[in-house]
Design a protein around this ligand. Structure first.
Ligand code: MN
Ligand code: MN
Length: 463
């Protein structure tokens, strides 16, 4: 009998035992990816390592590509574009999955180091949308790169190996926090107070007022050959310390920093690498940087880097980039807000995404009257439903919160603006943008299956 009603049910009702085993295996791989990729640079490194294992080679402009070739383009160490050249001409379009690998964090300022009352600190400038009170009193790691004018760059990774020291931003004790407690949540921890505590032990023979700072500078010089001025040509990011872990007695969820958007980035990367036969349509995977601050800059989705790569491969087949784009499809894989019963007031129950109900399809993002959304057409949703049904993917419809409650954006509109049919879809997340986000294994796995379905599709959207 025809189902007249849309029944929104828990995905475990449809998950077979075989699929459940594959889901667990997939999630183990995902958790390793999270631990290895705490910053965009580390994600690129890890993705390249996995891609090479799957036979991908580095792309150089002008390189002759044949059907079945697998290449990757490393854009400045922070964005990665991978392509599996398909059987059809690029004129008929490509299948793209785009996600971002940057995540909210605390960047060091260009001149960060100072001493105050026998403590050494590093000043930070937060990156992306954070709720500042969540970032105090938690252990933090420091990752990044220092570039010198006269010698090779040095990578810095502190806090991730066993025995490493870690860093922290302190907070008031409840005994003395009456004034702070009375403030609005977003005003209780001003951005300029997010100062990383990095030392307290003075050198013996230093100048008064900077003996602790001198100790830190001596350590930095000894370990990394850097002096205070070298912070200016460094990019150092403080991120939550600790590995991903299972959540719940039933181990059904994963807690970690950076599910936004590495749960989707890994899904599309793994899907691309897992395609065994040459795809009919060329499969493209984009792991973009800078989404959390608007997708601007040379490594963001608005950058010409993507168009330059696509033009390079199109020109080899004598295809115009515009023709390729107009026949292409893009899955903009990004996380969405999961319904949280503790904060039910901000969600609209009929359209919210729920944990364990599968990948969430978002027709539109944006805020207020869909401002800033690319708003996928009915044809695009229809196309995706067909793909998901064919590939037995568990999915749900998703909207990020009640109308006028807030909103958000993804890379979708930057792909759609290129005249590429684009649909947002991704993993529902609890505590999004916090230092410790929670997702369900089932949703993470179904997002991988969604990316697989997109790469295997025989055509783009039909009108
Ligand atoms: Mn995101
Ligand atoms: Mn985000």
């Amino acid at each position: 009998m025809t189902d007249l009603f849309l029944e929104r049910k828990n995905g475990y009702a449809e998950l077979s035992i075989e699929e459940s085993i594959r889901m667990e295996e997939y999630c183990r791989g995902y958790m390793k990816f999270l631990d290895a990729g705490k910053t965009e640079r580390l994600c690129v490194d890890e993705a390249i390592r996995l891609a090479k294992d799957a036979g991908y080679v580095e792309f150089a402009p002008g390189m002759k590509l044949e059907v079945g070739d697998k290449v990757y383009l490393n854009n400045r160490g922070k964005e990665l574009i991978l392509a599996y050249i398909g059987e059809e001409s690029l004129a008929r379009g490509v299948q793209i999955a785009a996600a971002h690998i940057d995540a909210p964090r605390l960047d060091l300022k260009p001149n960060p180091l100072y001493e105050d009352t026998d403590f050494a600190y590093l000043k930070t400038h937060y990156y992306g949308g954070i709720r500042k009170y969540q970032w105090v009193t938690i252990p933090l790691e420091l990752h990044g790169k220092v570039c010198f004018p006269d010698k090779p760059p040095v990578d810095i990774h502190i806090g991730c190996d066993e025995g490493d020291p870690r860093f922290v931003i302190t907070d008031l004790l409840p005994h003395l926090s009456a004034d702070q407690d009375a403030k609005k949540l977003k005003e209780a921890h001003p951005g300029e107070n997010l100062n990383l505590l990095i030392g307290s032990r003075p050198v013996d023979d230093g100048e008064k007022g900077s003996k602790v700072k001198q100790q830190i500078l001596e350590i930095l010089y000894e370990k990394y050959g850097m002096t205070e001025i070298d912070f200016i040509s460094a990019e150092l990011e403080a991120v939550p310390a600790g590995d991903a872990c299972e959540i719940g007695l039933d181990r059904s969820m994963i807690g970690a920093y950076g599910h936004d958007d590495r749960s989707c980035a890994y899904a599309e990367l793994r899907a691309l690498l897992d395609i065994s036969d040459t795809p009919r349509r060329t499969a493209i995977c984009v792991l973009a940087d800078k989404e959390e601050i608007g997708s601007d800059g040379v490594t963001g989705m608005q950058s010409d880097s993507f168009d330059t790569f696509m033009e390079d491969i199109c020109s080899q087949q004598g295809v115009s980039l515009r023709a390729c784009y107009s026949n292409s499809f893009c899955l903009s894989a990004d996380v969405t807000a999961a319904y949280d019963p503790n904060y039910s007031g901000v969600f609209e129950k009929n359209n919210a995404a729920y944990l364990n109900r599968g990948v969430g399809l978002c027709k539109y993002t944006g805020s207020r009257g869909k401002s800033g959304a690319s708003d996928a057409g009915a044809e695009v949703l229809g196309y995706m439903r067909k793909l998901l049904a064919k590939n037995e993917v568990i999915w749900q419809i998703a909207e990020l919160g009640k109308v006028d409650e807030g909103g958000g954006g993804t890379v979708a509109k930057y792909m759609a603006n290129r005249n590429i049919d684009t649909l947002d879809a991704g993993v529902p997340v609890l505590s999004m943008h916090s230092p410790f986000e929670v997702v369900s294994k089932l949703d993470v796995y179904e997002t991988y299956k969604t990316a697989l379905a997109v790469f295997k599709a025989a055509s783009g959207v039909k009108y």
